[in-house]
Design a protein around this ligand. Structure first.
Ligand code: CP
Ligand code: NVA
Length: 307
């Protein structure tokens, strides 16, 4: 049987997401009630980081421990991965010693090649192109605060980066719409959103127009990891793509604000919005833990009945 991976958001169907969200709710509830839940005893997660992380590492590592398993952290600096061992060879070896692998790396192609040579499920913990675990947490968070996301409008303000591409994939799978506003020169790349129907998103030159009537307003750093050399040029280009109180005021009155974090107050978002009443960023960060536990449970054990 083919191994199930989570490399892009579109790897799962709407029905699979419904299942994972239902499990996330149950797993979160068990955790909040201090109920021990150890379905992954003796299972090992290997986490490979080629870029920095706070939330992704913590949520996967803590999550695996909370499910009764163990987690091993590898990075490029002190493993053979940084010394040119082919990714295919690394995948063969690592997947013979573990039950599930999470990778944060640069090009999506690296994780796709790893997965093609892996004996165990592989999870994308962020690539230059996509960040599916974050969008899993974001949609779960939206649902907790406002109910089903189907038919809603998400405003994306800023870089057409890994988060933005993943929002568009999610809109296609889960039937909602994204308003995208990026500065000139930082627009969506069609090849990264292949398969997303034109009616799933709308492009706006002015970020205020993108936010008008939106149910969720979201943004991300102007300079993603791996693009640091462009930082100065981006600071100039993105100056008007800062989510502020005015943008939140033209959104739907019940709109919420999200940011995957880390955030730079005064750049992509004002402190007023980030720390304001519409912001759900801390719930969003916490939910990484709960949804990824459900994700690992699903990839390793398949479907379980929620009592
Ligand atoms: N949002 C997110 O992925 O955070 P980290 O970079 O800290 O893992
Ligand atoms: N777009 C950002 C997200 C960080 C979690 C980056 O790739 O650096």
């Amino acid at each position: 049987m083919a191994i199930k991976h989570f490399l892009q958001f579109k790897d799962f169907t709407r029905e699979e997401f419904a299942y994972v969200f239902e499990r996330s709710r149950w797993i979160k509830n068990q955790f909040k009630s201090y109920e021990k839940y150890w379905p992954l005893v003796d299972r090992t997660l290997v986490m490979i980081f080629e870029k920095a992380s706070t939330r992704t590492r913590l949520s996967f590592e803590a999550g695996m421990h909370q499910l009764g398993g163990s987690a091993i952290y590898l990075n490029t600096r002190d493993s053979q991965l940084g010394r040119g061992e082919p990714v295919e060879d690394a995948a063969q070896v690592i997947s013979r010693m573990s039950d599930v692998v999470m990778i944060r790396t640069f090009e999506q192609e690296i994780i796709e090649r790893f997965a093609a040579n892996s004996r165990v499920p592989v999870i994308n913990g962020l690539t230059n192109e996509y960040h599916p675990c974050q969008i899993l947490a974001d949609i779960f968070t939206y649902t907790e605060h406002r109910g089903c996301i189907q038919g809603k409008t998400v405003a994306w303000v800023g870089d057409a980066n890994n988060m933005c591409n993943t929002w568009l994939q999610a809109a296609q799978v889960l039937d909602f719409k994204v308003h995208v506003s990026t500065p000139p020169g930082y627009e969506l790349q069609p090849e990264l959103i292949a398969g997303v129907d034109a009616q799933r998103f709308q492009i706006f030159a002015d970020p205020m127009d993108a936010c008008r009537g939106a149910d969720l307003v979201t943004t991300d750093v102007w300079t993603s990891m791996g693009f640091e050399a462009e930082n100065e040029a981006r600071i100039k280009a993105f100056a008007d793509w800062c989510v502020d109180g005015e943008m939140m005021r033209v959104a739907d009155p019940k709109a919420i604000f999200m940011h995957c974090l880390p955030a730079h107050r005064g750049e992509e978002v004002t402190g007023e919005v980030m720390d304001g009443p519409q912001s759900v960023v801390w719930d969003e960060a916490e939910n990484r833990l709960h949804v990824q536990k459900a994700l690992m449970e699903y990839l390793l054990l398949g479907r379980l009945e929620t009592k």
